[in-house]
Design a protein around this ligand. Structure first.
Ligand code: GLA
Length: 729
């Protein structure tokens, strides 16, 4: 059992194979947080807490004359607003009398076998690969209006502990939730670094490491999606932690909307981490008898550096978050029409593209934006999900049939949440678009968003998408979203519930994706939001792969995929070889380098093969064969970052190794080329020290490859690449 109790049932110790997490109900019924870190002796770690007279940090009434007891200084499991703890709270509630100071006390607990799931929300699940238990601790507000159920999922072999929160109103009055964070962890001591992933459109998830200093450091999104700008994944580490050594703690939010991640270093050098829905666009009117569920956070810990922390997430997300057929089945190598032809195509042109692609060994042809409504540019047509047969020159099934005749599968692009004002749908239902009555809305890419918090809107779109999907043989769907939310408002909600619109929108997206998955269980669904604007663990529950970025430049991609790799496995990263010079940067890179980079993802092409010469076509055939050969190693093997592409001086390297260390694939790209430059050595990882390995016909001991490294020859060509297979002898 992974959940241990003391005799008095006041100390809760959660254990995975390598991690421990502990809470304690103290003498005043406050749930303290006492430990999060390396698995060790089961002991009452509350002995570490200092009780001192803290000036200007109040003492709860219950504590009587005990001036050394202050919530402002204590490590708490679920701190509340207005109760003498002046740090950032996990919970803020407006009571029926208008007050908003809240105090919680321990009430009860339950332990259940297996991992809980959440209604309408993504959550990790236990499979055959892990034991799982659930602990539910119930706190009650001292005015007896509501319960706070803290959920903990302990996934032992995965080394993951999940958290979620349910607020249940058991009073006769409505209460208003203003801030419900999903996870809070208080560290008593430590000098930490915060690792975050910032970016912008065409430059997502740039890795950033900063020391935590006194005050608040935060990332977040109020864009309605998790966003290009900040990713809902944080790492806290010791200052000295490296890729291969030291303590680090991961916090991944399984949510695709507004989020807030905070690190607060307080007056006593304690650090609080908070992760949850961003409170700015959020209030929730919780009626008597109702529950509100705050989404899940997956927490992980490693004492052996950032690389091993990432691999914990890679495995858990690949095997216990992604679902359905495509979790384990080899995904087809695809060719997407977007950068090849954009909006400029008809049926014959697509079939010609597909024919050329089939000859190269491509297995799935994806028709991107432009096949529906009046859609020759991005200014019109969104929302009108009816095939433009006039543009195609034939029916969709005709296109699909001809593509299948080529031995390929067929895929199609949708942007279900989007609507152009110049569309039949908008002309019929202007109130279905998110906008505030009487206020002209903010446009983005000439479009608005549909109010996905509304079931009637979702049902309409779902029905029209299904009509298209049922009209032809379609094996793949790309679900895109090309703007952020603004003017958040729902015509279907009363004024006092407008603060719910943003979260209800996300729940609506999840609801529709769930329905789509149920109705088309064999369909491969790829998520997308102007590239990687909604690349988060929440979406992975519904779409096992997500287009990583609209930046297809292989060199830019190294940094984007590097940042993404901290929290997400390679099998989820949509990545394509595109034309040269690159459409976004104009950069010229060798075709092989573009392939090596794209192979460290789901792999596909995004160009018009008709523009390729015979030499490149042969090279593409070889790349596809190569990818299939190494598929298992790349997609299911352990992923290792060898260098950081933002600081690498010559070669940037990364590597895959089989779980048992029997084979590996080294990948490297020459980022800088210097005449008479210094040498470059890459130290391999994940091999067996005692074994011998063959590298390009030469034999090396495993420990030598890992400790001394492999000499990488000086690059002769800018952006040259290496892909080296290494096998145990
Ligand atoms: C977004 C996507 C692209 C492409 C276009 C189509 O930008 O990220 O891949 O699908 O939309 O409009």
């Amino acid at each position: 059992m992974a959940i241990l109790l003391n005799d008095a049932n006041t100390l809760f110790t959660l254990q995975t194979n390598h991690m421990m997490y502990q809470m304690k109900k103290d003498r005043y019924g406050v749930l303290l947080h006492t430990c999060f870190g390396k698995r060790g002796s089961v002991f009452d770690y509350s002995y570490l807490i200092t009780y001192a007279d803290r000036g200007f940090s109040g003492n709860p009434y219950d504590a009587g004359d005990e001036r050394t007891y202050s919530l402002d200084a204590l490590p708490q499991e679920y701190p509340t607003y207005g109760n003498g703890d002046y740090r950032s709270p996990a919970l803020k509630v407006f009571y029926p009398d208008g007050s908003f100071s809240c105090e919680l006390k321990f009430l009860s607990f339950k332990i259940k076998k297996g991992k809980y799931s959440l209604p309408g929300l993504p959550a990790l699940y236990a499979g055959e690969n892990t034991n799982a238990d659930t602990l539910i601790i119930t706190l009650e507000d001292t005015r007896h209006l509501f319960y706070v159920h803290l959920y903990y999922g302990v996934l032992e072999e995965l080394d993951i502990i999940t958290r979620a929160v349910c607020i249940e109103n058991h009073s006769n009055d409505c209460i208003y939730l203003k801030n419900v964070q999903s996870a809070c962890v208080d560290y008593l001591h430590g000098s930490f670094d915060l690792h975050t992933f910032y970016g912008r459109h065409v430059k997502e998830r740039t890795y950033q490491r900063t020391p935590i200093v006194h005050g608040l450091q935060s990332v977040g999104s109020t864009r309605g999606t998790s966003s290009h700008q900040y990713n809902p994944f944080l790492i806290l580490s010791d200052r000295e932690t490296t890729e291969d050594s030291g303590n680090c703690y991961g916090f991944s939010f399984l949510y695709s909307g507004d989020f807030s991640g905070i690190a607060e270093h307080d007056q006593y050098n304690q650090t609080r981490i908070l992760l949850g829905i961003h409170p700015d666009n959020f209030t929730w009117a919780l009626n008597p008898g109702c529950c509100f569920w705050a989404p899940e956070v997956a927490m992980a810990y490693s004492d052996s550096g950032l690389g091993s922390l990432s691999r914990i997430y890679h495995k858990a997300f690949r095997e216990n978050l992604c679902r359905g057929k495509w979790k384990s089945e080899r995904r087809p190598v695809l060719l997407n029409s977007w950068e090849g032809v954009y909006f400029d195509f008809n049926g014959d042109k697509l079939i010609e593209m597909a024919k050329n692609a089939a000859e190269l060994g491509v297995e799935l042809f994806v028709m991107d934006d432009g096949w529906f409504g009046k859609r020759d540019l991005d200014i019109s047509g969104l929302g009108d999900w009816a095939v433009n047969e006039e543009k195609l020159g034939c029916s969709l099934s005709r296109v699909s049939d001809r593509i299948h005749d080529l031995g390929m599968q067929f895929g199609i692009w949708f942007e279900p949440e989007g609507i152009n004002e110049d569309s039949d749908l908008y002309r019929t239902h202007p109130d279905w678009a998110i906008q505030i009555p009487g206020k002209p809305p903010c446009r983005s890419r000439y479009q608005l968003l549909l109010d996905f918090s509304r079931e009637d809107v979702r049902n309409y779109i779902f029905e029209h998408i299904c009509r298209v999907l049922d009209s032809a043989q379609i094996e793949y769907l790309k679900w895109d979203l090309n703007r952020s939310i603004s003017d958040i408002y729902s015509a279907a909600l009363p004024p006092d519930r407008q603060g719910e619109a943003a979260h209800r929108y996300v729940l609506g997206v999840y609801d529709m994706l769930e329905k789509l998955n149920k109705r088309y269980p064999d369909m491969l669904i790829e998520g997308c939001s102007g590239g990687g604007g909604r690349f988060d663990a929440g979406m992975l529950y519904y779409t096992p792969q997500i287009w990583c970025s609209d930046d297809t430049d292989a060199i830019e991609r190294l940094s984007i995929q590097y940042g993404t790799s901290f929290g997400y496995p390679v099998s989820t990263m949509g990545s394509h070889v595109s034309k040269c010079p690159n459409e976004q940067t104009g950069r010229i890179t060798p075709l092989q380098t573009r392939a090596v980079t794209a192979m460290s993802g789901t792999f596909g092409y995004e160009l018009d093969p008709a523009e390729m010469n015979a030499y490149d076509k042969e090279a593409v055939k070889a790349q596809i064969r190569q990818f299939k050969k190494y598929y298992d190693l790349i997609q299911y093997g352990n992923y290792y970052r060898l260098t950081n592409p933002d600081t690498a001086e010559s070669w940037h390297g990364w590597q895959f190794a089989a779980e048992d260390g029997s084979e590996a694939l080294l990948c490297a790209v020459a980022l800088q080329i210097h005449p008479n430059g210094p040498g470059c050595w890459l130290k391999l990882k994940g091999l067996n020290s005692g074994s011998s390995y063959l590298v390009e016909g030469k034999e090396y001991p495993g420990d030598v490859l890992m400790n001394a490294g492999l000499l990488i020859p000086p690059a002769k060509l800018e952006y040259e690449s290496i892909q080296m297979y290494i096998t145990e002898k």
